[in-house]
Design a protein around this ligand. Structure first.
Ligand SMILES: Cc1cc2nc3c(=O)[nH]c(=O)nc-3n(C[C@H](O)[C@H](O)[C@H](O)COP(=O)(O)OP(=O)(O)OC[C@H]3O[C@@H](n4cnc5c(N)ncnc54)[C@H](O)[C@@H]3O)c2cc1C
Length: 394
């Protein structure tokens, strides 16, 4: 007889952790989230664009409306290369990308979890896991331990659980870029809800009119080694601001966006990573979800959305199967999709490399752009129209 899972310990209280807990709760399975940070992420900077498929997945756990209430919808997208703008073809009949502050998304998920009686414990950094029969014990840095039927690693790109599953698992690959964001008082002439992907003389950036006035922009800047957010924030913001000006200062509107942003308002988001394919998604009672197992380049615009989808699919599999079959089915339903999206984003990522952007770029992005223009449905449909049929048996 099948022995269904009743109790799950989830490591990581970012996006995948709380969504997995909410979906498990919906499936009648108890879950507790353990997060290493000592407190909630209030005040955490940066924005995340959620794709239509990610929003549809959030709908399943009842979080979509709360996100829409605080998000800025990106109705239109345009590309600007060397100052020349072209509208980007988009899918029809799907909800726009919803751009939300990371801190708002965390708060919404944490509030929902609390309302469902799910506990998120802070200051609990997982260091070890031990399996005994059908149970697994998670051991934390403070020496405390908890035992559950399953341990989910939703612990991000630097995952400890991934290493516990397979000590030889590949680590994340640094893209060579650090990410920054800011809200400039410079007004761009674009309509609200227009997101522009701009390829300037020496670098790539993205910007859109901010709801409260001014323009939000995000830039990637080459840096020889990855810095943690803490390390990057230890560098005086004036130094970063000047580095950014060196890369974007001659671009329109990149230079103006920067010059209208006081250096101390520059938000440092840290190093950008990509996860190469992970050979083992699970072992015994341990399983991975979200960035821990599939972090595509941020060029995909899909990292968080895929993390949300996988969280829900994992819960659905645990609802319908005993552990070995649940994990195998989960991997089978998710691996091809996430690896296809990651592989495509990795190609686009090359175009963000430092150097004389427009010249290096044209031969790479023009064919992609032409394909997109010819048939947006073929390029974007499978990503953005993907829906999980929660009530259906897996
Ligand atoms: C600058 C930047 C911009 C991005 N923009 C977008 C975007 O616009 N759209 C999009 O879809 N995606 C975007 N992404 C990607 C997106 O942020 C990730 O895909 C998403 O956060 C993955 O969620 P996660 O829960 O798997 O991991 P995370 O959000 O990284 O959460 C992991 C959590 O686990 C905790 N943790 C780690 N180790 C332990 C441990 N040992 N014990 C306990 N807890 C632990 C961490 O503290 C963290 O809270 C962006 C990423 C970056 C860096």
């Amino acid at each position: 007889m099948n022995k269904r899972v009743q109790e799950v310990a989830i490591i990581g209280g970012g996006i995948a952790g709380p969504v997995t807990a909410l979906a498990l709760h919906k499936a009648g399975i108890r879950a507790t989230v353990y997060e290493s940070y000592p407190s909630t992420a209030d005040g955490l900077g940066g924005t995340i664009a959620l794709a239509p498929n990610g929003m549809a997945a959030l709908e399943i756990v009842g979080a979509a409306d709360a996100v829409r209430a605080v998000a800025e919808p990106a109705h239109r997208q345009a590309m600007s290369v060397g100052g020349k703008r072209v509208a980007m073809p988009a899918l029809t009949g799907v909800e726009p990308y919803q751009v939300v502050r990371r801190a708002d998304l965390y708060r919404i998920l944490h509030d929902l979890a609390a309302a469902e009686g799910i506990t998120i414990e802070h200051g609990r950094r997982l260091v070890e896991a031990r399996e005994q029969g059908d149970r697994v014990t998670a051991i934390f840095a403070d020496g405390s331990a908890v035992t559950a039927d399953v341990l989910v690693g939703a612990d991000g790109v630097q995952s400890t659980v991934r290493r516990l599953i397979d000590p030889d698992a590949p680590g994340p690959r640094y893209t060579g870029m650090l990410a920054f964001e800011g809200v400039s008082s410079f007004e761009v002439p674009e309509e609200p809800g227009t997101m522009t992907f701009a390829f300037g003389k020496r670098g790539y950036y993205i910007y859109w009119p901010a709801l409260g006035g001014g323009t939000t922009f995000g830039v990637n800047v080459p840096h020889p080694r990855p810095l943690t957010i803490k390390e990057a924030r230890a560098v005086p913001s004036r130094e970063w601001w000047e580095t950014l000006l060196g890369v974007y200062g001659e671009d329109a509107p990149g230079g103006e966006l920067l010059r209208h942003l006081p250096a101390e308002k520059l938000q440092v988001n840290g190093a950008l990573y990509i996860m190469p394919p992970v050979p083992h998604w699970h072992r015994g009672r341990l399983v991975l979800v979200g960035d821990a197992v599939h972090a595509p380049s941020n060029s995909s615009g899909q990292g968080a959305s895929l993390a949300i989808e996988s969280s829900i699919e994992l819960a659905r599999c645990l609802r319908d199967f005993d552990v070995p079959e649940a994990f195998a089915t989960y991997e089978r339903t998710r691996r091809a999709r996430v690896e296809r999206i990651a592989a495509r984003a990795a190609k686009i990522n090359h175009t963000k490399a430092p150097g004389p952007v427009a010249r290096v770029l044209m031969p790479i992005i023009m064919p992609v752009f032409m394909k997109l223009a010819m048939n947006p449905e073929k390029m974007l449909g499978p990503d953005q129209r993907y829906r999980i049929d929660w009530p259906a048996a897996v």
